[in-house]
Design a protein. Structure first.
Length: 116
């Protein structure tokens, strides 16, 4: 079992930045791919960014390419999402996900609100 806890969300003006953290406990995150997803108000959850188990590959949704950067620090059992040049449409609850084969874990989410 892997427990994931997100932090770093908050209220920011358009053009601002936030850094989300995802701290894992229970088991090492080392062998898991990690992803960030978000759920805007009234919409379905959507993929934002992903990173391979060793950080060698990263993936981004077209809507965030060039503005958001995913990273991980396996020594700290954590993953991060640096968000720059935020837009009102980035407003959502952001979730961390860890996946390996049939094992799939989610955090509780952290709210990000971007004001115009």
């Amino acid at each position: 079992q892997v427990q994931l806890v997100e932090s770093g969300g908050g209220l920011v003006q358009a053009g601002g930045s936030l850094r989300l953290s995802c701290a894992a406990s229970g088991r090492s995150l080392t062998t898991y791919a990690v992803g960030w997803f978000r759920q805007p108000p009234g919409k379905e959850r959507e993929f934002v960014a992903g990173i391979s188990w060793n950080g060698g590959r990263t993936y981004y949704a077209d809507s965030v390419q060039g503005r958001l950067t995913i990273s991980r620090d396996n020594a700290k059992n954590s993953a991060y999402l640096q968000m720059n040049n935020l837009k009102p449409e980035d407003t959502a609850v952001y979730y961390c996900n860890a996946i390996r084969g049939l094992r799939n874990y989610w955090g509780q989410g952290t709210q990000v609100t971007v004001s115009s």
